[in-house]
Design a protein around this ligand. Structure first.
Ligand code: PLP
Length: 399
């Protein structure tokens, strides 16, 4: 390999360390759960996992994955349309569609892939993607990819700003298709997209609405069916993408859910689907078992909601000022990146694993520690974590 190339990367990595943005991986030697065994640290309470419903270590979910390995082997050994598609994929896709309230769905190896597939496949040169400013990186890249592949136009509207979206839609009235994309729950803020207004504006402008519900599936709505259920609007969103790698078992995978025609079109033309293997059957079966578990135990969603409310209220009582909200994502803004990293290091020393996020993941000056609550946390777990927050908060003179 070129010496100059290696040298450049090493120099940049050293700069990451100097800038305090170098990420060190924490190795776990136990399944994801309320408490995990971290190499070099012992047992820690995890407040930074998307395992919202605690299903990644659910016996039924694990058993389904094991049984699928015996039944279908390791995988498809090719792409689905060439080598055949397993029946478990069909059952999973029916379950995903049923859960989020669409007539069909198509699975992908990740929600990243699902997001990248949708605009680049469904749009053309005379179309436009209009994306919320705070959308997930996979949506930002999906818009860039669609522009590069199809030569469609792209635009960004200010976060959750309906007036700005409306202005962008008006400016794009000559476009054949206007595709508006938003996160259902914004992962760094924990805020919920203003779905009723978005649907109204999109309808008025004859625009297609796509919602990435990766942090809302299994989380919002009485039965965990996502942002649409939260607002009583199941069946009203044109395209929903979501992940199987968070609340729904946490292994991996994602899906795009929409009308039969949209899903068929994606099956015909989506490049991540046509040129890459399907989800391994073990993963598909675990995700399917997670959806079935959720459908049979909607009280898990209520436990999650109760835990999140409990943690948020106690944190405020301690004197912290988390961003207001009603989801299990509870960010505490600290300002500078170094402050967020310092706080998360101090919390880890106290046995609480919370990640600090700084620029460029979040805007400059809005670095934060982001707590994520799970249905698997007991009140003892949450109280212990809160005691650590109190101690660290006092040491840092935050409270
Ligand atoms: C909003 C959102 N969309 C998509 C993804 C990607 O999910 P996956 O891990 O399935 O690719 C994430 C994961 O962080 C996310 O938060």
């Amino acid at each position: 390999m070129s010496h100059g190339f290696e040298h450049r990367l090493e120099a940049e990595l050293e700069q990451f360390i100097r800038d305090g943005v170098y990420k060190r991986l924490n190795y776990l030697d136990s399944p994801q759960a309320a408490r995990v065994r971290m190499e070099g640290r012992g047992d820690v309470i995890i407040l930074s996992s998307n395992n919202y419903l605690g299903l990644s270590n659910q016996p039924e979910v694990i058993a389904a994955g094991k049984a699928a390995l015996d039944r279908w082997g390791a995988g498809t050994a090719s792409v689905r349309f060439i080598c055949g598609t397993f029946t478990v994929h069909r059952t999973l896709e029916a379950a995903c569609a049923r859960l989020v309230g669409t007539s069909a769905s198509l699975s992908f190896v990740s929600a990243w892939n699902a997001n990248e597939a949708v605009p680049a496949t469904l749009l053309g040169e005379s179309d436009i993607v209009i994306s919320d400013q705070l959308n997930h990186a996979s949506i930002i890249d999906a818009a860039r990819l669609a522009k590069a592949i199809t030569k469609c136009q792209t635009a960004v509207y200010r976060h959750a700003d309906l007036a700005d979206l409306e202005a962008k839609l008006t400016a794009a009235r000559d476009r054949r298709t206007r595709l508006v994309i938003t996160d259902g729950v914004f992962s760094m803020e924990g805020s919920i997209a203003p779905l009723p207004d978005l649907i109204e504006v999109c309808r008025r402008h004859d625009a297609v609405l796509m919602v990435d519900d990766s942090h809302a599936t299994g989380v919002l709505g009485a039965q965990g069916r996502g942002t649409a259920e939260h607002f009583g609007l199941v069946g009203e969103v044109d395209i929903i993408t979501s992940t199987l790698g968070k609340a729904l078992g946490g292994a991996a995978g994602g899906f795009a859910a929409a009308s039969a025609a949209v899903c068929d079109y994606l099956t015909q033309r989506a490049r991540p689907q046509l040129f890459s293997n399907a989800l391994p059957p073990t993963v598909a079966a675990s995700a399917l078992a997670s959806i079935e578990y959720l459908e049979a135990h909607p009280q898990r969603v209520q436990t999650l909601r109760d835990n999140a409310r409990y943690f948020r209220e106690r944190l405020i009582e301690l004197g912290f000022h988390p961003l207001p909200g009603e989801t299990p994502i509870i960010p505490v803004i600290l300002g500078e990146t170094a402050a967020a990293i310092r706080m998360s290091d101090m919390l880890l020393t106290q046995g609480v694993f919370v990640t600090g996020f700084g620029f460029p993941v979040v805007p400059q000056g809005q670095a934060r520690v982001r707590c994520q609550i799970s249905a698997s946390h007991t009140r003892d777990d949450l109280d212990e974590a809160l005691a650590a927050f109190q101690q660290v908060g006092r040491e840092l003179k935050l409270i």
